[in-house]
Design a protein around this ligand. Structure first.
Ligand SMILES: [Zn+2]
Length: 91
Protein backbone atom coordinates (compact mmCIF):
# COMPACT_ATOMS: atom_id res chain seq x y z
CA UNK A 1 0.00 0.00 0.00
CA UNK A 2 1.13 3.56 -0.67
CA UNK A 3 -0.87 4.83 2.24
CA UNK A 4 1.83 4.68 4.90
CA UNK A 5 1.88 7.69 7.20
CA UNK A 6 -0.30 10.13 5.33
CA UNK A 7 -3.67 8.68 6.12
CA UNK A 8 -4.33 9.83 9.67
CA UNK A 9 -2.57 13.11 9.01
CA UNK A 10 -4.87 13.84 6.09
CA UNK A 11 -7.93 12.77 8.03
CA UNK A 12 -7.14 15.53 10.49
CA UNK A 13 -7.32 18.01 7.61
CA UNK A 14 -10.48 16.64 6.05
CA UNK A 15 -12.76 18.80 8.16
CA UNK A 16 -11.06 21.98 7.03
CA UNK A 17 -10.93 20.68 3.48
CA UNK A 18 -14.68 20.02 3.52
CA UNK A 19 -15.17 23.68 4.42
CA UNK A 20 -12.87 24.82 1.61
CA UNK A 21 -10.36 26.14 4.15
CA UNK A 22 -7.31 24.21 2.91
CA UNK A 23 -5.09 25.76 0.26
CA UNK A 24 -1.88 25.08 -1.65
CA UNK A 25 0.27 22.03 -1.04
CA UNK A 26 -1.99 20.61 1.67
CA UNK A 27 -4.96 20.76 -0.65
CA UNK A 28 -3.02 19.00 -3.41
CA UNK A 29 -1.90 16.33 -0.97
CA UNK A 30 -5.45 15.74 0.25
CA UNK A 31 -6.80 15.46 -3.27
CA UNK A 32 -4.04 13.05 -4.27
CA UNK A 33 -4.77 10.93 -1.22
CA UNK A 34 -8.52 10.96 -1.80
CA UNK A 35 -7.95 9.53 -5.28
CA UNK A 36 -6.71 6.30 -3.79
CA UNK A 37 -8.48 6.16 -0.44
CA UNK A 38 -12.15 5.20 -0.36
CA UNK A 39 -12.55 5.53 3.44
CA UNK A 40 -11.35 9.15 3.24
CA UNK A 41 -13.71 9.88 0.35
CA UNK A 42 -16.56 8.50 2.41
CA UNK A 43 -15.57 10.58 5.40
CA UNK A 44 -15.26 13.69 3.25
CA UNK A 45 -18.75 13.12 1.88
CA UNK A 46 -20.10 12.90 5.42
CA UNK A 47 -18.23 16.02 6.49
CA UNK A 48 -19.54 17.94 3.50
CA UNK A 49 -23.04 16.86 4.32
CA UNK A 50 -22.60 18.00 7.91
CA UNK A 51 -21.04 21.29 6.79
CA UNK A 52 -23.96 21.86 4.45
CA UNK A 53 -26.37 21.78 7.37
CA UNK A 54 -24.54 24.43 9.36
CA UNK A 55 -26.60 27.61 9.70
CA UNK A 56 -23.63 29.93 9.23
CA UNK A 57 -20.73 30.14 6.81
CA UNK A 58 -17.30 29.14 8.10
CA UNK A 59 -15.53 31.88 9.99
CA UNK A 60 -12.86 33.75 8.05
CA UNK A 61 -9.26 33.80 9.33
CA UNK A 62 -8.80 35.77 12.55
CA UNK A 63 -7.14 38.80 11.01
CA UNK A 64 -9.78 39.19 8.33
CA UNK A 65 -12.51 38.56 10.86
CA UNK A 66 -11.19 41.29 13.16
CA UNK A 67 -11.11 43.73 10.25
CA UNK A 68 -14.70 42.95 9.37
CA UNK A 69 -15.78 43.35 12.98
CA UNK A 70 -13.96 46.69 13.20
CA UNK A 71 -15.60 47.98 10.06
CA UNK A 72 -19.04 47.00 11.23
CA UNK A 73 -18.38 48.68 14.56
CA UNK A 74 -17.24 51.92 12.89
CA UNK A 75 -20.25 51.84 10.61
CA UNK A 76 -22.63 51.40 13.51
CA UNK A 77 -20.97 54.20 15.41
CA UNK A 78 -21.25 56.58 12.45
CA UNK A 79 -24.88 55.65 12.09
CA UNK A 80 -25.48 56.58 15.69
CA UNK A 81 -23.59 59.86 15.43
CA UNK A 82 -25.62 60.89 12.40
CA UNK A 83 -28.80 60.10 14.25
CA UNK A 84 -29.44 57.15 11.97
CA UNK A 85 -32.41 58.87 10.36
CA UNK A 86 -33.06 59.93 6.81
CA UNK A 87 -30.04 58.16 5.38
CA UNK A 88 -31.66 55.04 4.01
CA UNK A 89 -35.12 56.32 3.20
CA UNK A 90 -36.21 54.69 -0.06
CA UNK A 91 -38.17 57.81 -1.02
ZN1 LIG B 1 -7.20 7.95 3.68
Amino acid sequence: MMDAGGHSELQALLGAYALGAVEGAERVAIEAHLEGCAPCRRELAQLREAAGTLPTAPRPPDELWRRIVDEVRVFEQEEREHGGEGEFQPD
